[in-house]
Design a protein around this ligand. Structure first.
Ligand code: DC
Length: 231
């Protein structure tokens, strides 16, 4: 029986299966799940809809002046899958579209956007046991997390997974477009000045290129058990 809220941080590269892992872990443990990438995607959708980004240029002054208009929250559907809401509208499908994926790294590089998201992520998790996935969870959001996992996989494996995911939703995007988008996001995420993607020193690395979902989950659960028994 847990006597205190437990924080589990799952960070890693784009489309490496970290959301799947974080969601499955949260279900097994009965913790809440927070997909921090969905929050950056929702801000990006807001910026696109309001013409605050053209190409890769963000109108930062206008975006800052409108940050307070952006409300993000999550609700569960009938199968217990989280849905992302932007100002009361279910945008879960739209934020996964390639038009959002191709702009999200520019929006998530902006320090004011990051600050707002980090505060929101901490507020959503207050006094709760949570599994949160993203890029800076173990380094910035929860530097004292009970367990930090850093997930990676070969880029071709990641591109194929995202391709299959989009194809299942009837979104036809070529393999190369997806792979280039992932490589571009990896580069921007790792090289931005504010909260770049990097493995926290005390994070456990999982390369899941050759692991299936069940094997990855088993491995992560064994890490959780270890830290909970120690604590
Ligand atoms: O996990 P994802 O692919 O849905 O994330 C979308 C983008 O958001 C990703 O390109 C980087 C950014 N992101 C971030 O900067 N920090 C986070 N904690 C989560 C996501």
């Amino acid at each position: 029986m847990l006597t205190r809220p437990v924080k589990i941080a799952v960070d890693g590269f784009s489309s490496c299966g970290k959301s799947t892992l974080a969601r499955e872990l949260s279900r097994k443990l009965g913790f809440i799940y927070i997909d921090s990438g969905a929050m950056y995607r929702a801000v990006t959708l807001f910026a696109i809809r309001n013409k605050l980004i053209e190409g890769d240029v963000v109108d930062e002054t206008k975006l800052f002046s409108r940050l307070d208009e952006i409300e993000i929250n999550f609700e569960l559907d009938s199968d217990n899958n989280p849905l992302t809401f932007l100002n009361g509208e279910n945008v879960e499908d739209e934020i996964r579209h390639i038009t959002v994926s191709s702009k999200v790294s520019f929006i998530s590089a902006i320090p004011e956007v990051r600050l707002k998201m980090v505060l929101l992520q901490r507020a959503m998790s207050e006094n709760k046991s949570v599994v949160m996935d993203g890029r800076d969870i173990g380094t910035v959001v929860f530097p004292d997390a009970d367990l930090k996992i850093f997930v990676t996989a070969a880029i071709d494996v990641r591109a194929q997974r995202r391709y299959d995911e989009l194809a299942a939703k009837n979104q036809t995007v070529s393999f190369d477009t997806i792979k280039n988008n992932l490589a571009e996001r990896d580069y921007i995420d790792q090289n931005r000045a504010d909260s770049p993607l990097k493995k926290a020193e005390d994070a456990v690395l999982i390369d899941n290129s050759d692991l299936n979902r069940e094997q990855q989950l088993e491995l992560a659960l064994s890490l959780v058990k270890k830290v909970l028994n120690e604590g």
